[in-house]
Design a protein around this ligand. Structure first.
Ligand code: C5P
Length: 411
């Protein structure tokens, strides 16, 4: 599975999650989910229903680090109060895959097997990732059970449409694991950005010159994706304006607007800005665009001596939107710089923050190991409007993003 930008996060270590696995062809995929959460050092306990154990064995989950793995209410050696344990220990309860039968038992408050008894004694966030035959999913009984569970606050992830194991096609496929992985992190995360509307720009822009050539830079969009996902995990409603390729880094709960050139990014960001509480401008926007010559290919034989191309300046999105903001709207900017050391980088950050009128500015070095374009990690110098300054050593972009969100909240 693609763990995405949060696959390296250290902000969920030692949080506790309970995983319920039901009988479905898709239940082999739960082992992948378990690995992904364990990689973040999340403590995972698990329950396999009787039906799940026809497909996969508790040993698989034990071997991948789930402690404990429950295999039945009355299985030998099971603690008499095991049905209450996730309720008193876990911070989130995820059922993936959730079968039609499990949804029915959860909706009715049954406690006839270990998984439903544990769910009944759990009052935290419940995430359900159903997987079943499309006709079972479409049945009015299942629809009613799902509606009941959602009314009570359960978060549904999927199911998706497509081919299912029985050879039919329709809605019933387990959602992508990356979506379930992140929905669980959201259930574990503090909801300290709940109610906030956040705009993020990310990725590079592409400024066309002829029908096949463009001016751009190597930005991957990872830093912006880290910010968008951090804010969403913490409860914000996020709108992301994404340069080419970067929208695929985001879960589908984030509203995305895919753009190519700087002017399109500017217009998309400007249109939503009045409704936002925060703007995080992480995109590596091209400062200039070549004077476009049209959709046809320019023949190199037309310029045997070389080319002189005129470049025109693009709008600075951050500057333009910071200039028209309401006082309560917070603005985070970035600076990709080449600097000999972190102290010089901090000086550049200070200058750029003041020039651009951002509340917080994070500068990273493009010429330092473990930092900058395309790197999964970033070392940054951060400065804010109140004069607070910090230098952070290289850490994953998800962690940098998480801490920048915290910084903006404290401002
Ligand atoms: O001036 P510089 O490109 O170094 O500024 C970087 C910051 O400004 C980043 O936050 C970037 O997203 C933003 N920016 C922008 N529009 C531009 C150029 C930069 O929003 N045209």
């Amino acid at each position: 599975m693609t763990r995405g930008v949060f696959g390296q996060s250290t902000r969920f270590g030692r949080r506790r999650l309970h995983l319920g696995v039901c009988g479905s062809v898709a239940c082999y995929k739960s082992a992948e989910l378990l690995r992904a959460w364990r990689k973040l050092d999340i403590h995972v306990s698990a329950t396999l229903t009787g039906a799940a154990q026809h497909f996969v064995k508790p040993l698989l989950f034990e071997s991948l680090g789930a402690i404990p793995v429950y295999d039945g209410m009355f299985a030998p050696g099971t603690d008499v109060f095991a049905h209450l344990e996730p309720g008193s220990r876990a911070a989130a309860f995820v059922v993936a895959p959730a079968s039609a039968d499990a949804l029915s038992r959860l909706a009715q408050g049954a406690a006839s097997d270990m998984l439903s008894a544990q769910a009944l004694s759990f009052d935290g966030p419940l995430v359900l990732a159903p997987a079943m035959n499309p006709r079972m999913w479409a049945n009015k009984a299942t629809r009613a059970n799902v509606a009941t569970l959602q009314e009570r606050g359960a978060v549904l992830v999927g199911p998706d449409s497509g081919d299912v194991a029985c050879g039919e096609a329709g809605q019933g496929r387990l959602a992508p694991l990356s979506e379930i992985f992140l929905a669980a992190l959201r259930a574990l995360a503090p909801q300290d950005m709940a109610g906030l509307r956040v705009l993020v720009t990310l990725g590079a822009t592409r400024e066309p010159w002829d029908g096949m050539r463009y001016w751009s830079n190597p930005s991957s969009g990872l830093m912006g994706a880290g910010l968008a996902v951090s804010a969403w995990l913490r409860g914000a409603r996020v709108t992301a304006v994404c340069g080419p390729g970067s929208a695929s880094l985001l879960p589908r709960a984030i509203t995305t607007c895919a753009v190519f050139r700087a002017r399109e990014m500017f217009e998309a960001a400007r249109d939503v800005w009045p409704q936002m509480d925060m703007g995080m401008f992480a995109a590596a926007v091209a400062d200039f665009s070549p004077s476009e010559i049209g959709p046809q290919k320019f023949k190199k034989s037309l310029a045997p001596e070389g080319l002189n191309i005129v470049f025109n300046p693009n709008p600075d999105i951050l500057v333009a939107l910071a200039a028209v903001r309401r006082p309560a709207q917070k603005v985070l900017g970035f600076a990709a710089e080449s600097a000999p050391d972190m102290q010089s980088l901090l000086a550049l950050a200070r200058e750029k923050r003041a020039d651009k009128k951002a509340d917080v500015l994070a500068a990273n070095c493009i010429n330092m190991q473990g930092s900058g374009f395309g790197s999964p990690t970033n070392a940054v110098a951060v400065t804010d409007v109140r004069g607070r300054e910090e230098i952070w050593p290289a850490q994953s972009k998800a962690d940098v993003a998480w801490d920048l969100c915290s910084w903006l909240l404290r401002l």
